[in-house]
Design a protein around this ligand. Structure first.
Ligand SMILES: NC(=O)c1ccc[n+]([C@@H]2O[C@H](COP(=O)([O-])OP(=O)(O)OC[C@H]3O[C@@H](n4cnc5c(N)ncnc54)[C@H](OP(=O)(O)O)[C@@H]3O)[C@@H](O)[C@H]2O)c1
Length: 439
């Protein structure tokens, strides 16, 4: 599986519904004390200020005439007390009727002037620009449009997104091919890499603070938008040495390379690693991480990207269009495979006994693993704040850097999807959403 594939509790779709719900009729919060019968209707004056005096010995408070029902909202008062109270209320109302009516008229007029479209009953959700997918399909289904801003939950922070990375996962999610496995549903916003500034935090967020510059991998996407929500487990402080655009190229791809080489294969200094697709998003980080850990790196890419493999630090660069990698790479400790099919099939034989193949796009064949006495792993990356913080250190120590080869505006989501699904990107593509803030 190419991406996390964890069934998530909710998608952006749910988050939007939640946001819309919480924006409905906020006036009710003030009058709708629990069990008072007013919740869910319309904005009401406080109970008791307006009363319906029956004159029959009991007082039944109503919110207004419009709210009148036969069912008392409070227990009736004892008859004597009620009569006295009823009379004084009658007198009060008679004396003040003119003022009350005048006040009512003024309030009504003011509401019409201030909220001409009845907006006070249903305030509009705060909107943002985003790339939104309303139905699964090809890149053309991605629409650049206004959409409600997500509302952070208790454990989430709202981030003003400055830039968002592009990954092959984006067209895959948009296609809906694995909607069930990934737990996605439309409408959705693609975007699994963000770099931005924290604008709001939920009550259970402890580490992130408003104004923090962060980057991260939101498991359920939503990055191709002016605002996105993330949990603390999905983010880390943005590397100080990178712009937001460069930082947005890092999280998902670098975390995948880290997961495969460090967490799964447990790469050690002096080992030899074969990295297929070394010029792509994951491969370009994998080469640098392996070199930073003291490994010898053999990497593959097409003719046009041989220079990049060398620039990234590969000890041996193989042009897979001209040469069979198995003629060059032998007895390697680790293979990182982001390609699959024939490339994976031919890789088993180049791994030394006890070595490992980590594939991002397939399941290693158990028969082949057994035949060569090697191990295999299918990588399914998930957000990991601790690993991302390690990556941040390597970046700020100038050990690794993102290779951003194309920067597009947010309105070019379709173009970004088209490029990502070629599986021949050089380095990373990034959507620039807002101007770089001053830090
Ligand atoms: N399982 C996971 O958790 C996970 C996480 C991230 C990514 N993925 C998957 O891993 C794959 C790679 O991701 P990415 O972001 O690195 O993609 P990418 O940026 O599109 O890079 C793909 C790279 O593969 C190279 N390539 C294509 N055909 C090749 C071949 N036959 N032999 C060697 N190299 C070849 C391309 O180089 P040339 O242009 O020079 O051909 C390109 O550099 C995607 O399918 C993605 O969905 C999975």
């Amino acid at each position: 599986m190419p991406i996390a594939a964890r069934a998530a509790p909710e998608t952006w779709g749910n988050r939007v519904n939640h946001a819309l719900l919480s924006w409905q009729v906020p006036g009710l919060e003030t009058s709708g004390k629990s069990g008072d019968g007013n919740r869910g209707r319309s904005i009401q004056p406080v109970t008791g200020k307006w009363q319906n005096v029956t004159g029959t010995g009991s007082v039944v408070p109503f919110s207004s005439d419009a709210m009148r029902t036969d069912k008392p909202l409070l227990d009736p008062l004892p008859p004597r007390q009620a009569t006295t109270l009823g009379l004084s209320c009658k007198r009060f109302l008679k004396q003040n009727m003119k003022i009350t009516n005048l006040l009512l008229i003024l309030v009504t007029l003011a509401s019409v002037v201030i909220f001409p479209n009845g907006a006070w009953a249903e305030p509009k959700a705060r909107m943002m620009k985003a790339v939104v997918v309303h139905q699964y399909g090809g890149s053309e289904v991605a629409k650049y449009e206004d959409t409600p801003r997500p509302e952070p939950k208790e454990n989430e922070a709202l981030v003003r997104v400055i830039a968002s990375g592009v990954n092959p996962a984006d067209p895959l999610i948009v296609s809906g091919k694995y909607a069930q496995q990934f737990g996605t549903h439309v409408p959705l916003i693609p975007g699994y890499d963000i770099a931005g500034v924290v604008e709001q935090t939920g009550s259970r967020v402890t580490k992130l603070k408003v104004g923090d510059a962060v980057y991260g991998y939101p498991l359920m996407g939503g990055g191709w938008a002016e605002h996105a929500v993330v949990t603390e487990g999905e983010t880390a402080p943005k590397p100080k040495s990178l712009s937001f655009v460069d930082a947005a190229a890092v999280p998902l791809a670098a975390l995948t390379a880290w997961d495969a080489l460090i967490d799964t294969a447990q790469l050690k200094a002096g080992q030899t690693v074969l990295i297929h697709g070394g010029s792509g998003g994951v491969g370009s980080f994998a080469i640098q991480i392996a070199k930073a850990r003291g490994a010898r790196v053999i990497a593959t890419a097409s003719t046009a990207n041989q220079d990049l493999l060398k620039h990234l630090g590969a000890d041996v660069a193989i042009d897979y269009t001209k040469q069979k990698f198995e003629d060059v790479a032998k007895d390697v400790d680790i293979v990182l495979d982001p390609v699959g099919r024939d490339t994976l099939a031919r890789s088993y034989a180049v791994v030394k006994k006890g070595g490992i193949i980590c594939t991002l796009v397939a399941r290693p064949d158990p028969a082949q693993l057994e035949k060569f006495g090697i191990r295999g792993a299918s990588i399914a990356v998930t957000p990991n704040a601790a690993n991302l913080a390690e990556i941040t250190k390597l970046i700020d120590d100038k050990k690794i850097k993102p290779i951003v080869t194309q920067v597009l505006p947010l309105s070019e989501g379709v173009k970004a999807l088209e490029q990502a699904e070629t599986h021949h990107s050089r380095g990373k593509i990034v959507l620039k959403i807002a101007d770089e803030p001053k830090e």
